[in-house]
Design a protein around this ligand. Structure first.
Ligand code: FES
Length: 645
């Protein structure tokens, strides 16, 4: 048989195939990424390509008008009924008859490149664990008694080469009705992540729309989720809710103690978080207008305590040295066991944990920020109730976590509140008059501007309190040790004595509104939190043998709102050029989304986590030394040369 040269763009893959080969077969043979849901039967239209004709000097070929076979009956019918875009052909029907150049449009690629939404807008490749396959299943025959599932599995093996298909009872219980509803034609959602393929979802007839997945960042305070379309990787809905476990303890260690002190406490907390996952799933599905059984996979990132609790593992071992994890590798479990009402067979992938105190959320940040690919030394800080800290470059990556407590989120602060409309989020204090001006969430005007109006001012949020404390320091209201001066010392009536200490009044709305102040207790809470954060970073720098970092990345929803200057005035983060301090937004959420969209990303982070060197802050004596020295603002001994510039 004569052969012909085939060149695929944009991949540039080329090779010779026998004349008469279909474009889809040629693509498979040459390793070109061309989609197919119907297995080449001219039904799904996922295999569309655009042939080019004429002279292609770049590729050294001339393509004749008859390089592809003419429309056959199947393609003609498709074009008549559904319509093909001008110039397009169905790759499974068009056959190669001469040298040809074929362009694969993005919508025909399984491994599409999608732009990640993050501060650094990088590209990632779709490589989802779930694919859709349309099959015609043989009807039952009384004389050849086989099960519907066996005939479905045989059809999948024949059309798609899928061998050893697994199924669980929840999917099986729907199988017979869906097969009959689809008149023996069904679209199967096949999940495969390393091991055996699984049938996780089933739709009657041809399913033309893509299926969906959930990427969930399960934090100790908030649970945030994204509903992602698994075809193009687009985020269709994002939502969040409070972690209901807060009623068992504000921070992680108090939840571990709750489990230790109360028989069955871990079971209660597991039930609470699973119920919240169920609510979040429903909210996301509603927002995106998607039905629950179209969601076929989920990925969760979380800290070790949340990881154990959501899986139903008692976290007591995480409360005491040596902080042994029940399991540190990635885990895959049926989504329904975690309380998520999605496709009956859907699976949940949990990213690996880095150490007893450094979770899958930090692994997700590592995946999203990939410090191991850079020459310069990055310090990546995910600020939450617990701060996860990564330090590294191409040579080495180190990780630790530090117990900052919830002060950075506005908790344990006298006028503190969560970031919500009415909360003060920005503040400036005039260094001469010591008068404040501020902005609240939901109002773009500053409080001293005429358009500010008379909004309800409710409190101060995490980024607001950091700015307030840093501004107080810069205006001389606080000394380096964190003490608030008296009205006489500072020269403003806004410093008011309360018992033996003083507080600074930012806003006094009495008699109808609140009085918002920063108390000495608030300053202490912020000092403890920032010292813990700084000490963790310094410990990693010691381990790395450096006293400077090249760049600082603030991750976490909260990190996105902190001003770099104020963070450095406080000494929350080590000294670095201000231009090199950036926000990565919700990097843990981005990492979760990358893992959801790509099994290759899962393998990459699993390998990377094994290479990350863990530093345990809780048992390291130098942590305490660093912590004490970091109490001063910015620091008792470390110089902050960039700050004085
Ligand atoms: Fe489905 Fe070509 S592979 S139409």
């Amino acid at each position: 048989v004569e052969d012909a040269l085939v060149i695929f763009t944009p991949s540039g893959k080329r090779g010779r195939v026998a004349k008469g080969t279909s474009v889809l077969e040629a693509a498979r043979k040459l390793g070109v990424d061309l989609d197919s849901v119907c297995g080449g039967r001219g039904i799904c239209s996922k295999c569309q390509i655009t042939p080019g004709y004429g002279d292609f000097p770049k590729h050294g070929v001339k393509v004749a008008e008859d390089a592809l076979s003419a429309f056959n009956a199947v393609e003609e019918r498709y074009d008549r009924v559904r319509g093909l875009k001008p110039g397009r052909r169905l790759g499974c029907q068009a056959c190669i008859q001469g040298d040809v150049v074929l362009d694969v449009p993005p919508e025909s690629q399984v491994h599409k490149q999608v732009i990640r939404k993050s501060a650094s807008e990088r590209v990632m490749e779709m490589d989802a664990a779930v694919r859709l396959c349309l099959v015609d299943v043989a009807e039952p025959d009384m004389h050849v008694p086989t099960g519907d599932f066996e005939r479905l599995a045989a059809a999948l093996e024949e059309a798609f080469g899928i061998k050893g298909l697994q199924v669980d009872i929840e999917v099986l219980s729907k199988l017979q009705s869906v097969l009959r509803k689809g008149k023996w034609q069904v679209t199967c959602a096949i999940w495969q992540d390393g091991g055996a393929p699984r049938l996780v979802g089933l739709f009657p007839g041809l399913r033309e729309t893509p299926v969906y997945g959930l990427a969930i960042d399960l934090g100790s305070t908030t649970i945030a989720g994204h509903l992602v379309e698994l075809g193009a990787g687009a985020v269709l809905a994002s939502s969040g809710l409070m972690n209901p476990q807060i009623r068992f303890g504000e921070d992680l260690m108090s939840r571990v103690s709750y489990a230790m002190m109360n028989k069955g406490g871990d079971v209660e907390m597991t039930a609470a978080v699973r119920a919240a996952l169920g609510d979040l799933t429903q909210a996301l599905a509603e927002e995106a207008g998607v039905s629950a059984d179209e969601i076929v996979e989920t990925v969760i990132v979380c800290n070790p305590v949340m990881h154990h609790l959501v899986l139903g593992i008692d976290p007591v071992e995480l409360g005491q040295a040596p902080f042994a994890l029940a399991h540190s590798g990635s885990v895959t479990v049926p989504a329904r066991t975690l309380g998520m009402p999605i496709a009956p067979g859907a699976m949940t992938y949990l990213l690996p944990l880095i150490a007893g105190h450094v979770g899958a959320d930090a692994a997700a940040v590592a995946l999203s920020e990939s410090p191991e690919t850079r020459d310069d030394l990055s310090l990546i800080v995910d600020v939450g109730t617990n701060a996860e800290i990564l330090l590294g470059n191409k040579t080495r990556v180190l990780a630790c976590s530090s117990p900052t407590g919830p002060a950075f989120e506005g908790a344990q602060i006298s006028s503190g509140q969560r970031a919500a409309p009415g909360a003060i989020e920005r503040i400036e204090i005039n260094p001469e008059t010591r008068e404040p001006r501020f902005r609240i969430i939901g109002n773009e005007h500053w409080s001293d501007e005429p358009d500010f109006g008379t909004p309800q001012i409710t409190g101060i949020c995490g980024s607001g309190i950091i700015e307030a404390v840093a501004e107080m320091r810069m205006a001389g209201i606080l000394d380096a040790s964190g003490l608030i001066g008296s009205a006489e010392q500072v020269g403003t009536p806004r410093c008011v004595a309360t018992g033996r200490t003083h507080e600074y009044v930012i806003y006094d709305g009495r008699p109808d509104g609140p009085r918002i102040t920063v108390t000495q207790g608030d300053i202490r809470a912020i000092q403890l939190a920032k010292s813990a954060l700084y000490a963790g970073a310094r410990l990693l720098m010691d381990e790395m043998g450096v006293d400077r970092v090249d760049r600082v990345v603030l991750a976490g929803a909260f990190g996105a709102h902190i001003s770099a200057k104020h963070a450095m005035v406080l000494g929350m983060i080590p000294d670095a050029p201000l231009s090199q301090v950036s926000s990565a937004g919700n990097a843990a959420g981005t990492g979760a989304r990358m893992a959801l969209c790509s099994v290759a990303a899962r393998r990459a982070i699993e390998a990377q986590v094994r290479r990350i060197h863990k530093v345990e802050t809780a048992i390291e004596p130098r942590f305490q030394e660093h912590f004490v020295a970091a109490n001063a603002m910015p620091h008792a001994s470390d110089p902050f040369p960039e700050l004085s510039k």
